[in-house]
Design a protein. Structure first.
Length: 268
């Protein structure tokens, strides 16, 4: 998704229609995807979720929300999308002028109940090493949880995944939460721009929620569970363009017909 120029142009062209048709609110889809992310903007993280840190110490999740917070749901043994997702987080932390631990924080949480604090600690060391600037290690923390707390959290944020053998099929997104536990924004994919992170942090700090431009781009891209990556959804884009052109032609005919009738009536 590093070169979505065509998709950006189409999204800008069709944004008014997409907004009217979808409201940019995926909660209109009551069933939701089997694998993917159904956004829960303006909803709140339950206050009884407990996560376990790299030292095996349990924490009530709400006690951690003392600043704008990014929740990154992964599993640490993941052979697919988790690695580029976490690398993308490390890269945007490095490139952004925001200070993790001061302006915002990231909580990476495993949704695999089989994983323990040792694996979380190993991943913390690996991905902290990829950050190319000095930062407070507490600005990016790593956790695990049991199956009950995982189910509460993934349901609360709309994170849908499916187990296949030892592994899972799942999507990836940075999920922003305010200090009150309110879900304010999702940044989808594995590559993030510093400006997107900054805007999301600023609006989360103010308690405002809303779709980012990445949410519009998500209309053009679909998650491929088999390939564990986001791919351009040509069918959806083509269908939207056809619908858009059909509406334009229909409106043109409706507008032009009265003009022709008026011109005919004014002739001697």
């Amino acid at each position: 998704m590093r070169k979505p120029n065509i998709c950006i142009f189409i999204s800008l062209l069709l944004l008014p229609m997409l907004t009217a048709a979808q409201g940019l609110d995926p909660r209109l889809d009551l069933s939701g995807p089997e694998i993917g992310i159904q956004e829960r903007l303006d909803e709140y993280i339950p206050q009884d979720i407990v996560v376990i840190d790299t030292e095996g110490i349990p924490h009530n999740m709400h006690d951690l929300f003392d600043k704008p917070t990014v929740i990154a749901l992964v599993y640490y043994r993941c052979p697919g999308i988790c690695s580029p997702f976490m690398e993308g987080i490390a890269e945007v932390i490095s490139r952004s002028d925001l200070i993790p631990g001061t302006d915002y924080q990231v909580l990476s949480i495993s949704f695999d109940p089989r994983e323990g604090p040792e694996l979380a600690r190993s991943n913390r060391n690996t991905y902290h090493y990829l950050v190319t600037k000095d930062f407070d290690p507490d600005g990016w923390q790593f956790f695990v949880a049991d199956s009950l707390n995982i189910a509460k959290l993934t349901e609360a944020v709309g994170f849908r995944y499916k187990r296949t053998g030892f592994d899972f099929l799942h999507a990836a997104a940075m999920i922003f939460v305010s200090d009150q536990g309110k879900i304010t924004r999702y940044l989808h994919g594995t590559y993030f721009l510093p400006i997107d992170l900054k805007m999301a942090v600023i609006e989360t700090a103010a308690g405002r929620s809303g779709p980012s431009f990445s949410r519009v781009l998500a209309f053009c891209y679909s998650y491929d569970p088999a390939g564990q990556q986001y791919v351009l959804n040509v069918t959806k884009i083509a269908g939207t363009l056809i619908l858009f052109l059909a509406i334009v032609i229909f409106l043109a005919l409706v507008i032009m017909k009265p003009k022709r009738q008026q011109s005919n009536t004014t002739q001697p």
